[in-house]
Design a protein around this ligand. Sequence first.
Ligand code: NAD
Length: 358
Amino acid sequence: MDKVGVGIIGSGFVAEIHAEAFRLVPAAEVRAIASPTEAHVREAAAKHGIPRWFTDYRRLLELPEIDVVTLALPNDLHCEACCAAAQAQKHVICEKPLCTTLEEADEMINACRAANVKLMYAEELCFTPKYVRAKELIDEGAIGELYLVKQSEKHDGPHADWFWDVERSGGGVTLDMGCHAFEFFRWLYGKRPAVGVYADMGIFVHGDRTRGDDNATIIVDFEGGARGVAEESWAKPGGMDDRAEFYGSEGVIYANLLQGNALLTYSQRGYGYAVEKAGATQGWTFTIFEELWNYGFPQEMQHFIDCVASDRQPLETGEDGKAVLEIIFAAYASAGRRQRIELPFSAPGCKPIELWRQ
Ligand SMILES: NC(=O)c1ccc[n+]([C@@H]2O[C@H](COP(=O)([O-])OP(=O)(O)OC[C@H]3O[C@@H](n4cnc5c(N)ncnc54)[C@H](O)[C@@H]3O)[C@@H](O)[C@H]2O)c1
């Protein structure tokens, strides 16, 4: 059977992850990559054995051998690139967050629907092996009725300038990392609708760099009384921390995604392989191994390739990405007004951050 041809748009941090992840998907072949940074995209193509590279992604979209494109782009470019890809009859994988306005979300969903191509919202936590196992336990009733899920991701802030510029990113840590928590809650609660959001956020450490929140706590209530609590931070030094807790009427599960899987290492001189977002590797560190697999990236890509090959809808769709964005908007509105926001909630013509601080 012919392999599914993949094109990567972007050549930065997550493009690298996608290229590595696709190496582990035998039915897929990455055939082109595009990014305006010529030297960098050429280097990325050589490093990953990708035969063609472009500085304009529209050229990549013209290639008949590309069936699927993955958007590894700054948030403000997701909508434009998704619609162009759909018009070129390519299936689309879009990184989180889906986009920066609810109108863009509709545009993306409608463009893919009109072109009859699939759109996957790339939330890898729904493919993370540790969390997939936790969900299996929960679904078989091992901890009774699930009523509370906590998720938190914390590090000392993003690597690229555009994340800090809210005009481009659309928001701070609630948008950037809260989006993981919100889809994680929805997935665990069987995609029940969220009905209310209460959030508090602040800029504690990075006020010289951004107008975006760098630390936030968000409570999301779901239909039927279930609750999610997200604690997200760009203000924590010492590397990435990513964990979850699941509380049921008859049990509890704790998951520490990275430190719970790591080699506990003490090194006086430090070592070469960077622990994600860690400033240093001297002293005690949590050395990560098989990081992409433990996060679920290859499994996520395998899933979408299977969906394309067998004409099935992916587990995570554009509609899921839009539902997450709605929770993000409600969170910024809640923090801005200092009150709980009921859903459905919409904020026409603006980006999430605009609901918090002008
Ligand atoms: N799922 C995850 O865990 C995860 C992790 C990191 C980032 N992300 C998401 O992935 C997306 C990209 O983030 P990143 O960290 O890779 O950013 P990055 O800044 O490292 O990379 C962005 C890339 O886009 C390229 N680019 C900019 N304009 C372009 C254009 N017009 N055409 C083609 N390429 C263009 C840049 O040259 C760069 O290669 C963001 O939406 C981010 O939120 C997701």
